[in-house]
Design a protein around this ligand. Sequence first.
Ligand SMILES: *Cc1c(COP(=O)(O)O)cnc(C)c1O
Length: 452
Amino acid sequence: MTTLQDCRALDAQDPLRPLRDHFTLPEGVIYLDGNSLGVAPKAVAARVADVVQREWSQDLIRAWNSAGWVDLPQRLGNQLAPWIGAGPDEVVCTDTTSINLYKVLSAALNIAREDAPQRKRVLSERSNFPTDLYIAEALCRERGLELVLLEPEEIAAALQDDVAVLMLTHVNYRTGAMHDMAAITAAAHARGILTIWDLCHSAGAVPVHLNAANADFSIGCGYKYLNGGPGAPAFVWVHPRHTDRFWQPLAGWFGHAAPFEFTPEYRPAPGIRRYLCGTQPIISLSALQCGLAVFDAATPLGGMQALRTKSLALTDLFIRLVEERCAGHGLGLATPRAHAQRGSQVCLTREYGPHAPPLRGSLPPEGAVTALGRPGGGDSGAYAIVQALIARGVIGDFRAGDNGKHLDILRFGFTPLYIGFEDVWNAVEHLKQVLDTGEWQRAEFNQKQAVT
Ligand SMILES: *Cc1c(COP(=O)(O)O)cnc(C)c1O
């Protein structure tokens, strides 16, 4: 059996321990939701204040030059590039993931239309993050293409000659399952299919090698593992073989070769800068820069390899402790046990529907309501368990199950930059208490809020 002392010993040996001091972590909180909104770097308040008070308030419009605002998206892209296996001047930080997906999917479809006009399908996964599917659905409608949604095990067989683009999220947001980017990209290319990889749950969390995998396009999020702040600018990478082939569809003036010539005709900038659209959000980019700076500090401590080693140790420990200490409460595991298939999160499951596990614990079930109001009841309790944990300061989140499998998800992200092994122990101790006492059945934990 693993003990609290074992966990403390692991923290004492952790080479990444100093990185925790780069973040503001509220007292009494164990934050296991860095996969949804990363924590605030300590440097961010002073940096944003400086941007507002000095660069903006004093330098005013001169700051576009004097403070280097004008090329901030490229500079941040270069800072991020080594962490996703991209080269210099191949990445820009800009816009949102959804918007960047629209740009790269359009570009990919333009290339496919020119090279292989008979290809009329776009493939993705049914369990992909919905915004990715919505953007793809809208583009497919616009262009008369078919969006085909697959289960993971159906992907290989679906790579056929009528497919233009395969669009996948590298680490699944709901289960934490990770694809083999190099193998899938190679299989897609063998059939002439372009690949788009969404790195929202990968960038800063797991090793990514876009160039080595020979991927075609990639996008990802700034506010999750990169700790860029709520709504932080996202990023976009395009393989150099494609960058200059097409305009991206949102051909705004910041992507123009010479925006300050103010010419009536659009002339795209060479390289990745053409993926910028309009005037950039400098304050938000400056906050993201503080998130990326922590990764610079991680480099001398072992870089991504050290982060990955610790991340796997954290998720292994969490799985082991839940199994040792929370058995008998109807919890399952949605995240793969194989390291090669696991991101940096662990998703536990509870079943809903007619076969939902019986309500347990010492509290009477009166007052307990069906959190999701699913017809026929049979609530999984997953939402309420997560709420009860949050009330105790253990912040994870809940994701509703898809109807096929009748499993709701309790999701816990483990960010190796600031989560320690003792945190994992304490989180599982709270989970055990919430389950053993039936605390989660209280009415207050069963009121559904707008953001889960
Ligand atoms: C978080 C996330 C997004 C978010 O997109 P936004 O446009 O930034 O809101 C998109 N895709 C995936 C896979 C995500 O995990």
